[in-house]
Design a protein around this ligand. Structure first.
Ligand code: 13P
Length: 324
């Protein structure tokens, strides 16, 4: 399904739909299991990096398989959207629409304002013919995500959102209020340090900017990218088992919970799943150096991701029970 109805209900209900990225079978299995067990609607996201890694044909059939798998798990009416994350050209978005995606993102946020509108509008005009919804982005997030790199963030300007949404015709808008992609979201100099634990304490998100945007576009679906929390227990397991991730830090979950209650109705989480996977794999391989059967470390990694996704759905986004 596309995102239209999902978002309308989420905005009304004060919760957010999880948008989880997937690149491989174990991630997809974990996402579907977690959503089936909690009856949460879900957006399965594929980035262009994922398309390159896993092959777009395979990903599409994996997503179709995911619907069948969800039903097999006893989820009678699964609500699953297949979404292109960070499309950067009209051609890429068109190819995903033609391929059966139900939603696409066109990310023109690095372009000058008028060019962002023009590109978004072109994608919207094409996608809407097939009832495919379109997410756009205004403002720039810092961080690294697959091929997308930005050194500095620029908050979305609330004074631009009405004009942008009206003229581009987008169905939802990703904004920049201080989140960023990856596992190193804030530089140590942007943070304070907890004297007890020595861990970085990140600066708060710009909720004043979000409130201004909500005021300008009441009820319009807002999206937050870069919303991993970088759970420190995973970072500790990784570091204790041969990894090296000093000062990895994310967005605290209480801030995401607060955002989910507002017009933010889609929250993107990718890095936390990568961390859960890597922590579990490193632990098994460190404890059993003779293990060479991938099922023996990918299986525990999958279990860990199920736990993570369920936690996000129930404790952070509030989307459990919204797709009975
Ligand atoms: P994270 O790196 O915080 O998981 O963000 C993922 C994302 O925004 C995908 O578009």
């Amino acid at each position: 399904m596309n995102t239209r109805e999902m978002f309308a209900k989420a905005v009304d209900g004060g919760y957010a739909i999880p948008a989880f990225n997937f690149n491989n079978m174990e991630q997809l299995q974990a996402i579907i299991k977690a959503c089936a067990e909690t009856k949460s609607p879900v957006i399965l996201q594929v980035s262009s990096g994922a398309r390159k890694y896993a092959n777009q044909t395979l990903l599409r059939y994996m997503a179709e398989g995911a619907v069948a798998y969800a039903k097999e798990l006893g989820w009678e009416h699964p609500q699953i959207c297949l979404h292109l994350d960070h499309g950067d050209t009209f051609e890429l978005c068109k190819s995903c629409v033609d391929f059966g995606f139900s939603s696409v993102m066109i990310d023109g946020s690095s372009l000058p304002y008028e060019e962002n509108i023009a590109l978004t509008k072109k994608v919207v005009e094409y996608a809407h013919q097939f009832d495919v919804t379109v997410e756009a982005e205004l403002g720039v997030l810092a961080g690294v995500e697959d091929d997308v790199v930005a050194e500095e963030s620029h908050y979305t300007k609330p004074e631009e959102v009405i004009d942008f949404a009206t003229r581009s015709g987008c169905d939802s808008l990703a904004i920049s209020i201080g989140t960023s992609h990856g596992a190193y979201k804030f530089k140590p100099e942007q943070c304070t340090r907890d004297p007890q634990t020595g861990r970085l304490v990140p600066p708060p998100l710009a909720f004043d900017v979000l409130a201004e945007i909500e005021k300008k576009l009441p009820g319009f679906p807002i999206v937050l990218h870069g919303s991993s929390s970088v759970p420190q227990e995973y970072v500790d397991i990784i570091n204790a088992n041969g990894g090296n991730m000093p000062d990895a830090v994310g967005v605290p979950e209480d801030q995401l919970r607060k955002a989910a209650k507002s017009a933010v109705c889609k929250i993107n989480i990718d890095s936390d799943s990568r961390l859960a996977f890597t922590a579990a794999v490193r632990k098994v391989l460190a404890e059993k150096p003779g293990e060479f059967d991938p099922r023996k470390y990918c299986g525990p990694a999958r279990d860990e991701m199920v736990k993570l996704y369920k936690h996000k759905i129930i404790e952070v986004l509030g989307s459990d029970g919204k797709a009975e």
